[in-house]
Design a protein around this ligand. Structure first.
Ligand code: NAP
Length: 507
């Protein structure tokens, strides 16, 4: 969590500087931090990639990307001179050890010019198969020896399964101190996700209700209207469980279910989150059969536009036209501890669904005895707390109230905290918060190796069962739906339904 303190002189080395993540997220985030006065006087961004570019060409490319993707809009002419000249480029093949000597020279030169040592952040925005080789080569070249100054940021996916995550952890822990490692899950940097902790732990009225005595069940939905598009190459070997549930959705679950930390420091918060993962019920083969649903989208129409099915996209892109990769997953989890015993947590995520949104809904138990004269589904509705993460950014508490009139009729009303209506300032992008935290050396909003391993350990029985059992009925949901019918059945057999996703949408 950032404070108002600016970081030390900083050099950001972005592996994958010519890639999509840097263009859409990292460079715009650093530019916005500069605009808002968060960057130190002495700051440099060194982009790398195999492409042959000069410093100037790379700077121009970054300007174009920032113009296109920054939340602050097009760069103002008078602002660029304070940021653009700090952008450098080093053409490099990460597999070539000589590359790292060139980095060392660049860094030494900058420190000489600045007359001060700098913190150096190595951001691995490259394909995950390069993570080990970069981590090893940086260490071999002595670039990360000063544990107080050198940090390494690792993008998702962290491993492909439990075994590969363990291997990567072992390798990183053998070379680096824990305080140097920043494993990114960008969901944790979202304003609305951080606010769940504020809402839970800065308000005394929540704690007495936040447990199995008052809460009936929890739903976490992260839905996307877009299909897989040109990410198919990566996605086809991954799927919704690996791509979304193992990381983003389980992180959201941890924040909802965690015990109050003693204080808001990295180790405390991360310890309490890993406690949740440890307490989660492991899946037997029967539980996989009964409590999980997978889906793959077929062709259809979205907002008047015809869209292809996943297998058609796979065929067009030269991948397996009979792919069994799931583009939808819905899973019922339990957290076996005193607070949550018996409370189901239903998680679902999917592509090509009716709307794009991330929403957590907490359904409270019913009143013990209904005293009013008219009892209908509308008059007697259980309280719900709806935490809208995106695109709507709000917290809604649904309560029953008397409808105006001479008779005693109830209906459901919302008590709302809405970011748009409450604050004028635009919320920062998740990457802005996270990049600043790396500069300040604050790991609170980053995952830790043991957390990642626990999350893999939890989902492995599902992955194994799904991979060993070819689904006969793919595609099993059409574009613009809410996923396969069996996902409805998953909650319906417990007497529930998936809650409606709010109307405000963004693709
Ligand atoms: P991308 O657009 O394919 O970019 C890959 C980058 O790696 C390019 O800059 C490429 O540079 C560089 N590269 C490839 N081989 C190299 C080599 N041998 N030596 C040096 N550089 C090499 O990928 P991306 O979408 O930016 O994703 C990067 C990472 O971020 C992945 O791990 C991905 O899973 C993760 N991620 C991405 C997003 C996103 O929104 N894009 C979101 C979350 C996580 P050249 O072509 O110039 O060699």
């Amino acid at each position: 969590m950032n404070t108002k303190i600016k970081s030390q002189p900083t050099i950001f080395v972005i592996f994958g500087g010519t890639g999509d993540l840097n263009a859409r997220k990292l460079a715009p985030a650093l530019y916005n931090l500069y605009l808002e006065g968060w960057l130190p006087e002495q700051f440099a961004l060194i982009g790398t990639g195999r492409s042959k570019l000069t410093d100037k060409e790379f700077e121009e490319r970054m300007l174009k990307d920032i113009n296109e993707f920054s939340r602050s809009g097009e760069v103002k002419e008078d602002k660029w001179p304070g940021f653009g000249p700090n952008i450098h480029y080093q053409a490099a093949d990460v597999q070539d050890a000589k590359t790292y000597k060139e980095f060392a020279k660049r860094i030494q030169q900058l420190e000489k010019d600045w007359k001060t040592p700098a913190n150096v952040i190595y951001y691995l925005a490259v394909a995950p198969n390069f993570f080990p080789i970069i981590a090893e080569n940086l260490a071999k070249a002595g670039l990360t020896a000063d544990a107080d100054r050198a940090r390494i940021v690792i993008e998702k996916p962290f491993g492909h399964d439990l075994e590969s995550a363990r291997e990567l952890n072992k390798l990183l822990n053998g070379i680096y101190e824990d305080k140097q490692l920043y494993l990114i899950d960008h969901y944790l940097g979202k304003e609305t996700v951080q606010n769940i902790m504020a809402f839970r732990f800065a308000n005394a009225i929540m704690e007495p209700l936040w447990n199995r005595n008052a809460i009936e069940h929890v739903q976490i939905s992260v839905t996307e209207q877009l299909g897989v598009g040109d990410r198919l190459g990566y996605y086809d070997g991954s799927g919704a469980l690996r791509d979304m549930i193992q990381n983003h959705l389980l992180q959201l679950l941890c924040i909802v279910a965690m015990e109050p930390p003693v204080n808001f420091t990295a180790e405390e918060v991360r310890d309490r989150k890993v406690d949740v993962l440890r307490a989660m019920r492991r899946f037997t083969p029967e539980a996989v059969r009964d409590n999980t649903v997978r889906g793959q989208y077929g062709a259809g129409w979205i907002e008047g536009k015809q869209v292809p099915g996943y297998r058609e996209e796979a065929e067009q892109q030269g991948a397996n036209s009979q792919s069994n990769t799931e583009t939808f997953a819905a899973i019922k989890f339990f957290v076996d501890n005193w607070r949550w015993q018996g409370v189901p947590f239903y998680l679902r995520t999917g592509k090509r669904l009716h709307r794009s949104a991330s929403v957590i809904t907490i359904q409270f138990k019913d009143v013990p005895h209904f005293i009013f004269p008219t009892e209908t589904a509308e008059t007697r509705r259980q309280n719900r707390l709806i935490i809208n993460i995106q695109p709507e950014m709000s917290i809604r508490l649904q309560v029953q109230a008397k409808r105006p009139g001479v008779d005693m009729v109830l209906n459901t009303v919302d008590m709302v905290f809405d970011y748009k209506g409450t604050y004028v300032a635009q919320a920062p992008e998740a990457y802005e918060t996270l990049l600043l935290d790396v500069m300040l050396g604050d790991q609170t909003l980053f995952m830790r190796g043991d957390q990642v391993e626990e999350a893999w350990d939890l989902v492995m029985p599902i992955l194994n069962a799904w991979e060993n059992r070819v689904s006969q009925n793919f595609p099993n949901y059409s574009a613009d739906s809410w996923g396969p019918e069996s996902a409805e059945a998953l909650v319906a057999k417990d007497g529930y339904h998936w809650f409606t996703i709010p109307l405000e949408t963004k693709k």
